[in-house]
Design a protein around this ligand. Structure first.
Ligand code: F6P
Length: 355
């Protein structure tokens, strides 16, 4: 039975809305949850239920209370109060039906799924099977189509830039080449932005296989100017086929390879070829932790406000997105059709500063 909430303008049926965060976490998730709940309760009179650990929550009916009290004070907090996981219900037999049953038994009318390509890919498939879903894009990788930026990216870039600034000073004291490995398995956005902001000697991204001979030339030319080279490499970057040997990684539930290690391989090769000492710093999950920047808090909050509006209006199968400075809604199919990778033109801008 529906409850009725009386607004100053008209009577609306109150909804029960589920919220989940899936995939790799990123700073700003809590800001979205807060905005959804604050507007949902105070403006629309809806009630909420949190699903724990991404798609595992609705799959197993694992819920937690979500009200204004539970979102107080979470705006600046990294991580997610709901927890996250890389559970893929599509890979589990009967997974979609179990989710539908659990949503029905918990009285959930609509679901707000906050996630990246994998989480939103599942959201799209559920929408195709008549589940009322609205998507919110998150990922430090900034590789989702349909939105100019995802929250979490700005924070990750700033963390990496600060690390690069610090590496510059110690590299120069010791006349070493320092390699900074950042996240980004299919898209080099973090490497590109952090490398540009940090004045990298060369930036290596997954979109463009690198030529190790060229990389070593850049390294040597930077040493000739008495500065020490900083090489920023995305974890998914790889050499031109046949140039160097790389180890294969294991796969996660969505079939993505677990990466990490290209920085170390590069350091060895650079030392061997140039005779200069080369060392690697892998930033790893540091890029995903801690408090979001102001930019990410505002973007996440605006996404949350738009997502609850979409759910309230019954505008399902949509993902909220940033276009220019506007928050809009795009189809989940458009948003998940393909990854947004770094275009050649953007990489060319950075190349001007290589060497
Ligand atoms: O998708 C976000 C991301 O941080 C990627 O940049 C990275 O490759 C991956 O997640 C790491 O995943 P996990 O945290 O599961 O090791």
């Amino acid at each position: 039975m529906k409850l009725w909430f009386v607004t100053p303008y008209r009577e609306e049926p109150a909804m029960r809305i589920g919220v989940l965060t899936g995939g790799g976490d990123c700073p700003g998730l809590n800001a979205v949850i807060r905005a959804v709940v604050r507007k949902g309760v105070s403006v629309y009179g809806h009630e909420f239920v949190g699903f724990r650990d991404g798609w595992r929550g609705p799959l197993e009916g694992d819920t937690m209370p979500l009200d204004i009290g539970s979102v107080r004070g979470i705006l600046p907090r990294g991580g997610t109060i709901l927890g996250s996981s890389r559970t893929n219900p599509i890979k589990i037999e009967g997974g979609v039906d179990r989710i539908k049953e659990n949503l029905a038994s918990t009285g959930v009318d609509a679901l707000i799924a906050i996630g990246g390509e994998d989480t939103l890919g599942v959201a799209k498939q559920l929408y195709d099977r008549d589940v009322n879903v609205v998507g919110v894009p998150k990922t430090i990788d900034n590789d989702l189509s349909g939105t100019d930026y995802t929250f979490g990216f700005d924070t990750a870039v700033n963390i990496a830039m600060e690390a690069i600034d610090r590496l510059h000073t110690t590299a120069e004291s010791h006349h070493r080449a320092l390699i900074c490995e950042v996240m980004g398995r299919h898209a080099g956005w973090i490497a590109l932005h952090a490398g540009m902001a940090g004045g990298a000697n060369v930036i290596l991204i997954p979109e463009k296989p690198f030529d190790i001979d060229r990389v070593c030339e850049y390294v040597e030319s930077r040493f000739r100017t008495r500065y020490s080279p900083i090489i920023v490499v995305a974890e998914g970057a790889h050499p031109i086929e046949g140039q160097m040997e790389l180890q294969a990684g294991t796969l996660d539930a969505f079939g993505h390879v677990r990466l990490g290690g290209i920085g170390e391989v590069l350091a060895k090769e650079i030392e061997k070829r140039t005779g200069k000492e080369a060392r690697t710093t892998v930033l790893g999950h540091i890029q995903r932790g801690g408090t979001p920047t102001a930019y990410d808090r505002v973007l996440a909050t605006r996404f949350g406000l738009q997502a609850i509006d979409a759910a309230h209006e019954g505008d399902y199968g949509k993902m909220v997105a940033l276009r220019g400075t506007d928050i809009v809604r795009v189809g989940l199919d458009e948003a998940t059709a393909e990854l947004k990778t770094v275009p050649v033109s953007r990489y060319s801008e950075a190349e001007v500063f290589f060497g």
